[in-house]
Ligand binder design. Sequence first.
Ligand code: SF4
Ligand code: SF4
Length: 379
Amino acid sequence: MSVQPVVSIVKCKDYDEGRVYGAVVEALEPLGGMNGFVSPEDRVLIKPNLLCDSPPERHVTTHPSVVTAVARLVKEAGGRPVIGDSPGLAPFHKAAKTAGFEEAAARAGAELAPFKNSVSVTLPPGATFKEIEVASEVVEADKVINLPKLKTHVQMSLTLGIKNMFGCVIGKRKSQWHLMAGKDRVYFARMIVDIFSAVTPALTIMDGVTAMHRDGPQNGEPYPMGLVFAANDAVALDAAITWMVGLTPDKNPVLAAAIDRGLGCGDMTDIWFPGIHPKDAQQKGFVIPGQTELEIGPGFLRPYLRRHLVPKPVTDHNRCTLCNKCKAVCPPGVITTANERIAINYDNCIHCFCCVEICPEGAMELHRSFLSKVVSKMQ
Ligand code: SF4
Ligand code: SF4
């Protein structure tokens, strides 16, 4: 018997620890509380968004008060909480300390564990790959709780519940995935959905108290949404948020790929919303970055249109400190140094924007042509 998809949305105006704890409890209530998911002695892997070493006030990572609340609730349900991730853009312990997770783990009595080992998981028919390698720490956990941050994404439009599981691919292997997908964001979306299908979380709790919009996931702007979400179906949750921010599923390629694979409920009429209904929480001011892969125009014109419509990374040489982080992260290795300046070979750039994400100085910026800005407004 299939389980009714439930997306519970509650208000939470700021990150006061008591208020966040209360909001998570309220959001979980219609889902049977944390006890509905966690049994005594379960080793529960909590997977937040720990993209890089960014402090909580920048809203790049899941807020530590949300991490603390969830870890505390797991403990209260008798489980053993483990907070884990594999940040692609910084060493785990450095990122966890800066993001406030070290303190969150100590406060909640949780273990903090980087993903270190990969295991191969066989995927069912319909997947893009027959098998993939993901963190053993996730596969071997008794339960997985997904704890994403609600953000925009310059390549994929949004990063929500499904995409947060991309962090289960260990460290530098993420770059290989970008390289395999190349410029094709639909293919990349299918790869992300493969990972999600290998490690589908029992529960997803999303930090939407202060979201990020415009050029996320790292260089966007804070967006005070004032909401906490809990769902037993991450696809249903992503569908609800996609709708709330004014997009159709086809404009969120990860969601579209998950629906296509039949991995969850993408139909708003089949989802139960016991708290706030998405129609009463429309986010009119939330700005999605323009899409970077455009399937418009006749085939022979697409290379030309892409060249002029797809945003590209551009270095602000006044801010660049030549730290070389962008060079190290670039999957196809198209960033070099020439005359003591960063140079990019745009012919082979795959528009993954890992360089924009990693730059600690904000010196790698997205540049959009005039034509691209006009088309973005039309989408
Ligand atoms: S990561 Fe940023 S600061 Fe470092 S070399 Fe690249 S552009 Fe310059
Ligand atoms: S230059 Fe930047 S956007 Fe282009 S492939 Fe390298 S990391 Fe990706």
